[in-house]
Design a protein around this ligand. Structure first.
Ligand SMILES: Cc1cc2nc3c(=O)[nH]c(=O)nc-3n(C[C@H](O)[C@H](O)[C@H](O)COP(=O)(O)O)c2cc1C
Length: 221
């Protein structure tokens, strides 16, 4: 980082550095934008399931809670799943539900479902739990849950873990939603954030072309 230029004040002629706090914030902002431009999710199959230190879990969860939330309604829940508790869910919810929905399921497929939540050190289930509000529509609360997923993903990546946000079939399964504490008629699962140590670095991913996505608004003549 290049030091900011000294500024000469008009009236005293003295030189001073821009306020320390401002400089620090500017440095951090650059780090953040560089992170956002370069971050990459890591596929679950490229993660392992070694335990994640409690302090890091707390840090990731704290970042999740610092999400934009119109009206401070807190319309979401995070459920932590470890390989041990995930094995229970796999055995008692995922495999039976997968079999119910796929009558042709093979034993290999069912075993995959039993082990699904045990593949990484931590899985964070994010539930969108909208509340009735006179002015704020449920849609905004669902958006906030999506933003929470992004915060959790970024926090995990920022700490050096690999992480991936997925929904797959079981994000739409009411039995699992209820088991995780959600209310199926109103709540939705915004996704599962799988977090683990990386077995290898991810490869770059194709990104949309700026010109296809971004335009400047031009008012009608
Ligand atoms: C809401 C949501 C659900 C997703 N569900 C899945 C999924 O079920 N399976 C999958 O392979 N990728 C899924 N993805 C995509 C990946 O997690 C990830 O976004 C993609 O691999 C690109 O990652 P990156 O842009 O963070 O590098 C989902 C993404 C979002 C936003």
């Amino acid at each position: 980082m290049v030091a900011p230029p000294k500024i000469r004040t008009k009236n005293t002629g003295k030189k001073y550095w821009p306020p320390k706090t401002l400089k620090k914030e500017t440095d951090n902002m650059n780090e953040i934008t560089e992170f956002l431009k370069n971050r990459r999710s890591v596929l679950i199959k490229l993660l392992d399931n070694a335990p994640i230190p409690e302090a890091d879990i707390e840090e990731i969860l704290a970042c999740g809670l610092r999400v934009p939330d119109h009206g401070v309604l807190g319309p979401w829940r995070i459920v932590t799943i470890t390989p041990e508790t995930g094995a229970y869910l796999g055995q008692h919810i995922l495999a039976p539900e997968f079999q119910r929905l796929n009558t042709e399921a093979t034993e290999v497929m069912l075993e995959f479902e039993r082990q699904r939540f045990t593949r990484t050190g931590l899985v964070l289930a994010v539930l969108s739990t909208p509340v009735d509000h006179i002015k704020i529509p449920a849609w905004e609360m669902h958006l906030s849950a999506g933003a929470m997923c992004q915060n959790l993903l970024h926090a995990a990546l920022g700490l050096g873990y690999g992480a991936q946000w997925v929904t797959e079939w079981y994000a739409y399964n009411d039995k699992l939603l209820a088991e995780l504490g959600g209310n199926p008629p109103t709540d939705k699962c915004a996704g599962f954030i799988y977090i683990g140590y990386k077995k290898e670095e991810p490869k770059p991913r194709r990104r949309p072309e700026k010109k296809d996505i971004i335009s400047s608004y031009i008012p009608p003549k």
